[in-house]
Design a protein around this ligand. Sequence first.
Ligand code: HEC
Ligand code: HEC
Length: 290
Amino acid sequence: MATGLFSSTAAKLVAAAGLAALAASATAVLAGPNDNKLVVDGKEYVTKLPGPEGGPLKTIYSGWNFRNEATQAMQLDDFDNPGFVNVETGEQLWSAVDGEAGKSCASCHNDASESMKGVRAQMPKWNEKAGKPLALEQVVNACRETNMKAKPWKWESNEMLSMTAFIGSHSRGMPVNVKTDGPMKEWWQKGKDIYYKQVGQLDMSCAGCHEQNFGNMIRADHLSQGHINGFPLYRSKWQKLGSAHRRFKGCMKNIRATPYKVGGDEFVALELYVASRGQGLSVETPAVRN
Ligand code: HEC
Ligand code: HEC
């Protein structure tokens, strides 16, 4: 039974890779995660840990373990990590006055290395005022609009990516730790439903690739478990930083599905669920991928 399921998924994988002619010999090349360690400034990050009992993954691996050494090398040293340009921009924006209230983030939150420590690891997080979980981008914009009387930043703008990279850098090395109980439960379930729902012309789900086929090659790419502990991250294909929602959107387009809206409830629910699958992995923001 499992074999049949695998080969039909494998055929879809091949189709997704645009290599329909090879569908007959669909069993993709198995090339598991590598065991290279992520150590930055002498600090070792958790990129591999046992999955929770009864969960779908026996071992949880960061996307790090699926990248080749050339890509990994860029993440081993902050000077070589192109994402740090944004971290520096974010640091400048942190203390830049903007908006009618005449305030900067620093006016209220002071030293980000104190006040923002661990924040990224818990996102998306329940927000009482909004009555729903908010992603980091939404919290930043809520502060801009309400507390600074400033214009919200666009989700994928350089300003937003720089700010979320800067805030995220203060959680580096800390374990992903999202809440999934209480009022979050319903959102987590909604995210889970999206994760397992087969969609698009290829009729595939996130799980079809990132749960059932991680380790396999698709096009020239090595399929990971699709965790988001490194976001926002620098991707050489994008030549810039990108958000988790941008990645979700790209993955949905690849299976020729209509993506949900970036910043919309569906993607926030999906972000929460995907984050929970990587619970315990170290935050790597800003990670480097290809
Ligand atoms: C006028 C004061 C004020 C300003 C200015 C302000 N904030 Fe906030 N911010 C708050 C308050 C109040 C909260 C909610 C209480 C809390 O969690 O600290 C908050 C919460 C947050 C959180 C969530 C923290 C958590 O633990 O979940 C983030 C992230 C954040 N702000 C980022 C920013 C950024 C980035 C800026 C600048 C673009 C900014 N804030 C500007 C007052 C402010
Ligand atoms: C046809 C296979 C396929 C499907 C279906 C798919 N993805 Fe992906 N995804 C990829 C490939 C290929 C990559 C790039 C290599 C990697 O990191 O896995 C990727 C990368 C990612 C990453 C980046 C991981 C990292 O560490 O940088 C995330 C997050 C992700 N996908 C989430 C999703 C979500 C959520 C869904 C469902 C909406 C989904 N993917 C559906 C193929 C797929």
